[in-house]
Design a protein around this ligand. Sequence first.
Ligand code: AMP
Length: 417
Amino acid sequence: MQFSELNLVPQIQQALKDTGYETPTPIQGQAIPLILEGHDLLGIAQTGTGKTAAFCLPILNSLHLRQARREPRSPRALILTPTRELAIQIHTSLLTYGKHLRQKYAVIFGGVGQGNQIRDLKMGVDVLVATPGRLLDLIEQRHLRLDRVEIFILDEADRMLDMGFMPAIKKVLPLLPSRRHNLFFSATMPPEIQKLAQSILRDPKKVEVTPPATTVERIRQMVMYVDKKEKPQLLAHILKDNDLHKVLVFVGMKHLADRVVKGLESKRIAAAAIHGNKSQGARQRALKDFSSDRVRVLVATDIASRGIDVDGISHVINYDLPNIPEDYVHRIGRTARAGTDGDAISFCTAEEKSYLAAIEKATRQQIEVVTDQPYHSEDAARARIMSVGKAKALIEGQRDAGRPRRGRGRRPSRGHR
Ligand code: AMP
């Protein structure tokens, strides 16, 4: 699916193009059409799944289509989120996705002076992002009212509960108009959160993108620090162990899949690749060879792997780490199916460290580091974490630089993706 297939106004489509997004993440693909149709939504998704855009895009779209006058101190959409960091992140997303629209966005949170926030509200905002404490403070001081809110979004509800914001949320709810559009997001659904969701949502549609925790809990997850150029040797080294009898290897780019297969074959390890450039026939043949144990290793990209339904995968190896934590969870979920155990090994270079940090944050766990391997890189282990965006640009630049060029001297033009 492409963003262009979603029914978003051209100004938003343009902003997505500017950002470089082409394909909606699973939560976006499922949630955006439902929200655009006006349904209340229960979204069960963690940070890192793309949930911010999943609600920001349709909110911006709906408000744009239902033009209304901006009133001082009285937002048309309210996004409640537990932390200042999340609030800032959501506000930044609104500015990014809504930059071609004539709407105003503001963010308010505690721990800083009120002056600028009060001034922003007075000028009138369409979408307000807020943490609960500051929101109530400013309402009590009459700098803000909620009786014109058309869309109400509660983000990270389970974290709100953990942080003790439940009483504040219960104070906010009666201040909202009873007729409104509600979106409710939570990574987990403990009973108290279920009750809260029921009290807020009307006939909601449910979208869930996290696989059941039990699957992931049975997987032994490990990370190995390595320099980029030594990934092929590390892979071959690991595969010397015959306990790894059915191995799914994930790579970040199509051309790498073929290169990894060639490297393995040169060491007499039977391997096959599936990726988007292979014909349907070639993909099916590779899958059949893998499920019938004719090849021991299948090398895949995320997109190509979506249709893989093979039981008995003993190991998942992340040759490259994904920049979207949800992809990591999906990848490792290919092992340990049908009640069996499984292992997941991730290679991590210095540049990929921020991806690892994002995965650990989203899955709320720390992945065991295995240093007892001949290609262990202390540089990678000690590398500083940079922002995911910066790491992504760096890694994709490197991967592109290694890509064989078609035709002599042809270079991708500037801005070519
Ligand atoms: P979130 O789960 O909303 O915190 O988003 C996780 C990260 O994924 C953010 O850095 C977003 O900028 C990025 N992201 C969200 N949607 C997409 C998409 N469709 N394509 C590529 N990156 C995305």
